[in-house]
Design a binder for this molecule. Structure first.
Ligand code: F6R
Length: 237
């Protein structure tokens, strides 16, 4: 596990964007695993700038997002589909048919979970996976206690996660109770992973990760078993 300490959110975004830029320059038809939330917004802005300047292209890129709420329409302002379009997809040259997010409105959610992992496999597997981290160590929506062997699955969100995510909804009561998320094993299957975390709030999670203890009570700790992970973090002193 490689650790890169940065001094600002903007620096974190640039360092992460550099890794994505290199990936796209080496392999224009990359399969990218993407995340939502506050952490990647700056990196997406940076990638939009670089694409518009002609330094990279998403023309041949295929993306798979980590997760989506269950029960929200794609068009809902709080859906991850909307988030990704507003922050990245609407501003770059990606083909709509190459964008994948789990369908939280699927009639048969269990089938959707199996199909999502199959779609990733069919595409050739994720080359570069971006992750944020929850204060409780969750990655994707895999909350503490999730099996390290989990594939894409339906999860009940913890109160702490629902409270954190309430900022994206008009009323905290509107935060869905369930989400569909790539599992820990689905994430670990990626060839390379970068995790970004900035700010005081993430201090404890960074310390736990650094302690080297691998436990299902702290989902991100499984990343210590992955051969190619970079943690870009800061603001935690
Ligand atoms: C988002 C996701 C989550 C977030 C995590 C951190 O797709 O899967 O695990 O990465 O909750 O969120 P932020 O970046 O908002 O602190």
């Amino acid at each position: 596990m490689k650790w890169i300490e940065v001094n600002s959110y903007d620096e974190m975004s640039e360092v992460a964007a550099d890794i994505f830029t290199k990936q796209l320059q080496v392999k224009p038809a990359s399969i990218l695993g993407l995340a939502t939330g506050g952490s990647p917004v700056g990196m997406y802005k940076e990638l939009v700038k670089r694409q518009q300047a002609g330094n990279i292209s998403f023309n041949d890129v295929i993306t798979f997002n980590l997760d989506e709420y269950v029960g929200l329409d794609q068009s809902s302002p709080a859906s991850y589909w909307t988030f990704m379009h507003e922050n990245l997809f609407n501003h770059v040259d990606i083909k709509e048919e190459n964008i994948h997010l789990p369908n939280g409105k699927a009639e048969n959610l269990d089938e959707e979970c199996v199909a999502y992992d199959a779609r990733i496999k069919e595409a050739g597997g994720i080359d570069l996976q971006l992750l944020g981290i929850g204060v409780n160590g969750h990655i994707g929506f895999n909350e503490p206690g999730t099996s390290f062997e989990s594939l894409t699955n339906i999860v009940e969100l913890t109160e702490s996660t629902r409270t954190e995510n309430a900022i994206y909804f008009d009323d905290s009561k509107d935060v869905p109770t369930h989400a569909i998320t790539m599992g820990i094993q689905s994430i670990m299957n990626a060839k390379e992973i970068i995790l970004i975390a900035f700010g005081e709030k993430k201090l404890e999670a960074m310390e736990k990760l650094k302690s080297g203890i691998i436990t299902e009570d702290f989902p991100a700790s499984q990343l210590l078993n992955h051969p190619n992970v970079t943690i870009i973090y800061g603001g935690t002193k």
